[in-house]
Design a protein around this ligand. Sequence first.
Ligand SMILES: CCCN1C[C@@H](O)[C@H](O)[C@@H](C(=O)O)C1
Length: 600
Amino acid sequence: MEKELLYPLTNQCRFDQKLDGLWDFEFDRESQGGAQHWTQQLPDPIKMPVPASFNDFFTDKDSREFTGDFWYAKRVFIPGSLRGQLIGLRFGAATHRATVYVNGQEIRSHEGGFLPFLADITSAVKFDAENEIVLKMNNELHRDALPAGDTAVLKNGKKMAKPFFDFYNYSGLNRSVHLIATPQNHVVDYTAVSTLQDDAATVHYTVTTSQAAASVSVTLRDEKGQVVATGNGRTGDLVVQHPLLWNVRDAHLYTLTIQLKANDQLIDEYSDEIGIRTIAIAGHQILVNGQPVYLKGFGRHEDSIYAGRAFDLNVEMRDFELMKWMGANSFRTSHYPYDEEVYRFADREGFLIIDEVPAVGFKMAAASFLGGLDQSFFDGDWTEELYKKHLDQITDMVHRDKNHPSVLAWSLLNEPDTSSESAVPYFEKLFADTKALDPDQRPRTFTLNEDDTFDTSYCKQFPDFYLLNRYPGWYHKWGYEISDGEAGLRAELDKWAASDIDKPIVFSEYGADTQPGLHKLPSVMWSEEYQIELLQMFNRVFDSYDFIRGEQPWNLADFQTVEGNMRVNGNKKGLFTRDRQPKAAAFYLRKRWLDIDPNF
Ligand SMILES: CCCN1C[C@@H](O)[C@H](O)[C@@H](C(=O)O)C1
């Protein structure tokens, strides 16, 4: 059960109850919780909302910045009607690591704060009674973990997060917790991969069940509930005549229903929405259903006022409204996999997602930007342990998200240091070990940072298409010097153009910090006018090279970062403010995007 990541649902065979709301919460400032048996009950808890990051609720800095162990607890009644089923607790995200206890019994631990995990609690449950659910969590950053960073110990003995990345180390139960129950013999996983024929489509499916017994049948229904194909067996092909394809910003979904039966008795049933579409890279084109697509969208963050990194349906609703208003058709889940609801939004709205693991900060320059070492990250003695966690989180990301039609590609790293040959063995193994994970064989990529150019990167051979993060006009050649920034950018792209590389390039980051309401004529940096000028410069460049097949400025909205002399209460490169109101650049870019044919 513990490697199962299917989206929870309730039906005649399955049970799902969200455990969101107020939990007991307590910092373990002396790391004594284990010795003092907090696993049974927290000594002096406060109430803490779930899902939420704990940080921004507090009014004292020691609590907001707390780094170390902290505990959650909740008493949950489990009805006797579930007796005989497998009982699980599914945590959408526990950032960054957690150990789960039920009625004082240790169940399991999990490392990785941006993907779900399931704890099989069947053996510890008391039915028709209250059960004590306790989590011991920790939010420290380490170089051999994702996202990468350090944990400093100040002279006063307090720990402090030192991220090698530019987003705040929001921590806690950031996504929903579910109490679930499934039959002993149940659907563990499924895959659905489409191919297209003239006026038909074939959905090749596989079904994995927890036990070999029982027969499997599969039914595919269209949006009107009409059965369009059926199949029998744990694998097979569903042929759909005149399919309504899933297209960018013109999404059509089908409902796949899997039934498990023994002696004609229904044992388990699982349903999910799938889209019939194909993804391919052909030369410098990104193809969806064989048609070229130009990506217009954003780098984003799961970030909002009050709840920090927690998934908030209200914020997500507003973000999709803003992206549709802008004429966008895509986004990258920078710099970590987002809540499953986000992918379901994108499936319904026809948005393409570049799905990214939190392999961010694999670059000592980023650390030195924040006070680290000056060496190649991949020369570090931490890379062996790091690799295990890295591959584990890519595996879970693909396992969780593989059936979403919206997922276009997998971004395996954000801005790793590839300007040293020592990166090559790590990349060779990573791209080889991840090749077979996705039954749909989507493209794999990573973002190339300013220091990893056409001339300097040792790892250009690995990605199926390129994501470039480039900041002329902001981190260098800024202000009145931006013309030199444009010249430098064009010089690099001329090298890509003159090379024998024929793969798409998507600009996955570019932008300027902008203080909303700051106006200056002529412009200065931080003014709304300058943000537009910078975007105009990049757009002139994008329109000069036909192998540039996407533009995703940084960022959709302002977001929280660590304190620093380059951050004004967070990162201000948003086209929208943190409370999701437009800066002038949003109106400029909206006009550009609404005038562009999305298939040009
Ligand atoms: C040059 C570093 C790339 N990029 C990473 C992203 O996480 C940061 O927020 C962004 C920035 O500094 O605005 C830069």
